[in-house]
Design a protein around this ligand. Structure first.
Ligand SMILES: *Cc1c(COP(=O)(O)O)cnc(C)c1O
Length: 391
């Protein structure tokens, strides 16, 4: 497509990054090849020392993966995207590329569980320390800064309570102390939220979720300036958790329907959240698109809709929550999210079972809390499926 920054994200989702082979295929080709051949010895030498651009080996670059990277970069408004084998390897690559032993991270407490383990456990072994702070209280971020703070890390809305972090305000604190702000944009995708425009430096994706949107493959991405992505790319090229061509092709096709899927996930979620709020056996509903959400105004300033995740607390604790789950006949009982199929999770006994009961209570993950990742089924069918257990 012609170089033009004025295209809307949904146009970029369909058109950006496409490169045609000699066959002029219309749909992007999947290049399942581990390596690439050279015309002669001189060309091989020129490619290896970086004098001539081009593919060498699929751990370094692959044309299908490159198309996905270019497309997602255009959608996020980033100079460069580096695709990875999973969301977690994106976060690992981000840290390995940008940090060194002795550096310090300030991270939201309300981030993906494996990210907490990566920061608080694995990186700690290598001399990178993390201070965990409130997702919503900017003063805690300011207070946690040290002279060696290099990275701020957050996820908004958070899982499962849909807390909203003020990206612009936290980016300002990061800028002041010379740290980079990384935002895990998994829940919103560039269709609903564009963190770089709000002052973030780096975007992380678990492409496994909405970018595929159909629960098929794992993948991830790190996006940012060419300068910041250089070390991230070098880590991947050397250590190898790169995205496979097959998965990149799935994600390219997934991106093409991202806008209509996010709109539909959002519309279903809002309707379901409003309905849940009216149920006598529901104590509380957590959804940024509801006026009752404590950060409703901030949410709608930085994201286009409330998104596709709704949490709610039923009266009657674990027993009542499990009854809702066990009374369903359609929705999937699983911890995954960002799928066409609605999924229902009891965080206290699954995704958040490894943290202490005290920490769980402090985080607001009560025994009656349920999380729904709202799918694309008719919202009336989703309501009916939940109504049985709520009755
Ligand atoms: C799932 C998820 C991840 C990890 O992604 P994987 O693809 O499972 O490695 C990271 N962040 C968020 C917000 C997620 O939901």
């Amino acid at each position: 497509m012609p170089e033009n920054n004025s295209y809307q994200p949904e146009t970029l989702a369909v058109r950006a990054g496409t490169v045609h082979s000699q066959f002029n295929e219309h749909s992007e080709a999947m290049f399942l090849t581990s390596s690439f051949v050279f015309d002669n010895a001189a060309q091989a030498a020129a490619r290896f020392i970086g004098e001539e651009p081009g593919n060498i080996y699929s751990r370094f670059t692959n044309p299908t993966v490159t198309m996905f990277e270019q497309r997602l970069a255009a959608m996020e408004g980033a100079e460069q995207c580096v695709a990875t084998a999973s969301g977690m390897s994106a976060i690992l690559a981000c840290c390995m590329g940008l940090l060194k032993s002795g550096d310090h991270i300030v991270a939201s407490r309300s981030i993906f569980g494996a990210t907490v383990n990566l920061f608080g456990g694995i990186l700690k072994k290598f001399g990178v320390e993390t201070t965990f702070v409130s997702a919503t209280d900017v003063n805690e971020w300011t207070a946690a800064v040290r002279s060696n703070t290099r990275l701020f890390f957050l996820e908004t809305p958070s899982n499962p309570l849909t807390e909203i972090s003020d990206i612009a305000a936290i980016a300002a604190v990061a800028k002041k102390c010379g740290a980079l702000l990384a935002v895990d944009n998994c829940f919103c995708t560039p269709i609903l939220q564009r963190p770089l425009e709000l002052g973030a430096d780096i975007i992380i994706h678990s492409a496994t979720k909405y970018l595929d949107g159909q629960g098929r493959v794992l993948g991830g991405a790190v996006l940012g300036s060419r300068k910041n992505m250089e070390g991230v790319y070098q880590f991947l090229r050397t250590a190898g958790p790169t995205m496979s061509a097959f998965n990149a092709w799935i994600f390219l096709k997934g991106l093409e329907t991202l806008k209509i899927r996010m709109d539909a996930h959002s519309a279903n979620s809002l309707a379901l959240a409003q309905w849940l709020e009216a149920q006598p056996n529901v104590a509380r509903v957590f959804y940024p698109g509801l006026p009752s959400h404590p950060q409703h105004r901030l949410a709608l300033q930085q994201q286009k809709t409330g998104g596709g995740i709704v949490s709610f607390e039923v009266k009657g604790g674990r027993e009542a929550a499990w009854r809702v789950i066990d009374s369903t006949r359609m929705v999937s009982i699983t911890a995954n999210l960002g799928d066409t199929k609605t999924t229902l999770t009891h965080p206290a006994t699954t995704t958040h079972v490894r943290i202490t009961p005290e920490a769980r209570a402090a985080a607001g993950i009560t025994e009656g809390l349920l999380r729904i990742a709202v799918g694309l089924e008719a919202v009336s069918d989703i309501k009916n499926d939940l109504a049985r257990g709520l009755a």
